[in-house]
Design a protein around this ligand. Structure first.
Ligand SMILES: [Zn+2]
Length: 58
């Protein structure tokens, strides 16, 4: 079962969706996306907490 993270689920006006087998891979995709699209060099702890909270199984 794949895990899914939607950028919009953490309150971003963004249609990015990360899909991976593990939370670690999702977080890596999210970090790359956040840097490339949202200009976040690293994800702040409060955003990371939100990300972990909204990752769900597809
Ligand atoms: Zn986004």
């Amino acid at each position: 079962m794949a895990k899914v993270l939607r950028c919009s689920d953490i309150g971003m006006d963004c249609d990015f969706v990360a899909r991976a087998e593990t939370e670690e891979e999702i977080l890596q995709q999210a970090a790359e996306h956040a840097a490339a699209t949202h200009g976040m060099e690293e994800i702040p702890a409060n955003v990371l907490a939100k990300v972990r909270a909204v990752i769900h199984d597809e």
